[in-house]
Write a protein that binds this ligand. Structure first.
Ligand SMILES: Nc1nc2c(ncn2[C@@H]2O[C@H](COP(=O)(O)OP(=O)(O)OP(=O)(O)O)[C@@H](O)[C@H]2O)c(=O)[nH]1
Ligand SMILES: [Mg+2]
Length: 316
């Protein structure tokens, strides 16, 4: 990679004007962990904090991508500017859009009010916790009213997405990822709105009923997640989903929970950056050799791992 220094000021100004190339370039800087990111973040900071972040999660094949596309359509009908981040924690950094998403989001490909970006984060230091919030900042700063964060694939990332979002939609479908499984995965706690997708299939009513009865067992809180039925492939139920999202947003504001979530989010973000920086400095402290030398002493019983770790940290 060349040492060409990006003109951050021009890129940020371009992104704020809605130039998709500038937005894409800034997100590429995030993916590359460019040293220019500090400057980017500083330039964006005064323009961020406005976008509503919608997280979409659920088991493979439940209809997350279809729902995202349908929701984007609904949001565009409401004249809102929309960003979409499709995060794939299971594949290595792609450095650009995944072909599948381009095809899938073909509906919106020529719409200047929609920014779509895929990020693959495996092997990335800090993964989702580090890179996704920075990409969110770019889309937020670029004037997106809503940013939809969709996970591709499964795993812990489902829960991580919830920690990034103002409102988390958890998708389930009849016959798969039913209420009981959802509860096991700990996903019941992160849902702000439950969406029973594929409601054209048998069993949707039962799944919705099961979910509702499980929700009565959730410790009482001011917000009881509503359960909405949708047929994303036909765009059915999207108005209902957006209405619930709007209600949740109003509740976030009136209860103070929205501010609390944003503070928690910022704290995690700071920690992720700090930990990344510490790792980098640890690498600088005599490189991996320093750890190896300490490891030898631990193996030889000359020192315990805590003392070794203290010694390493002390050198930072
Ligand atoms: N019958 C029916 N099929 C649907 C519905 N919504 C989505 N599908 C289909 O379900 C399949 C999976 O949909 P996707 O949107 O790709 O699901 P996903 O959750 O994004 O899948 P992964 O990204 O692989 O986890 C596709 O063939 C969709 O056309 C629905 O409401 N009803
Ligand atoms: Mg998908």
């Amino acid at each position: 990679m060349g040492r060409r220094t990006p003109d951050v000021g021009a890129l940020v100004a371009g992104a704020r004007d809605g130039d998709p190339r500038c937005v894409a370039r800034l997100i590429s800087l995030v993916e590359q962990e460019s040293p220019a990111l500090r400057e980017v973040a500083a330039a964006l900071a005064p323009h961020t904090g406005r976008a509503q972040v919608l997280g979409i999660t659920g088991p493979p094949g439940v209809g997350k991508s279809t729902t995202t596309t349908a929701l984007v359509r609904g949001l565009r009908e409401r004249d809102l500017r929309v960003g979409v981040l499709a995060v794939d924690p299971s594949s290595p950094f792609s450095g650009g859009a995944l072909l599948g998403d381009r095809v899938r989001m073909g509906d919106h490909a020529d719409d200047p009010g929609v920014f779509i970006r895929s990020m693959a984060s495996r092997g990335h230091l800090g993964g989702l916790s580090w890179a996704t919030p920075q990409a969110l900042r770019v889309l937020d700063g670029a004037g997106c009213d809503v940013v939809v964060v969709e996970t591709v694939g499964v795993g812990q990332s489902e829960l991580e997405v919830a920690s990034l979002a103002d409102t988390t939609l958890v998708l389930v479908a009849p016959g798969m990822g039913d209420g009981v499984q959802a509860a096991k995965a700990g996903i019941l706690e992160v849902a702000d709105v439950f969406v029973v997708n594929k409601a054209d299939r048998e069993g949707a009513d039962r799944t919705a009923r099961e979910l509702r009865s499980m929700l009565t067992m959730v410790p009482p809180s001011d917000w009881r997640p509503p359960v909405v039925r949708t047929v994303a492939s036909e765009g059915r139920g999207m108005d209902d989903v957006l209405a619930r999202v709007g209600e949740h947003r109003a509740w976030l504001t009136s209860s103070g929970e929205g501010d609390r979530r944003r503070r928690v989010r910022a704290a995690r973000e700071i920690e992720a950056i700090a930990v990344g920086e510490l790792r980098r400095r640890m690498g600088d402290v005599g490189g991996a050799g320093a750890v190896d030398a300490l490891a030898e002493r631990v193996v030889a019983g000359e020192c315990d791992p805590y003392a070794a770790a203290d010694e390493l940290v002390g050198r930072l």
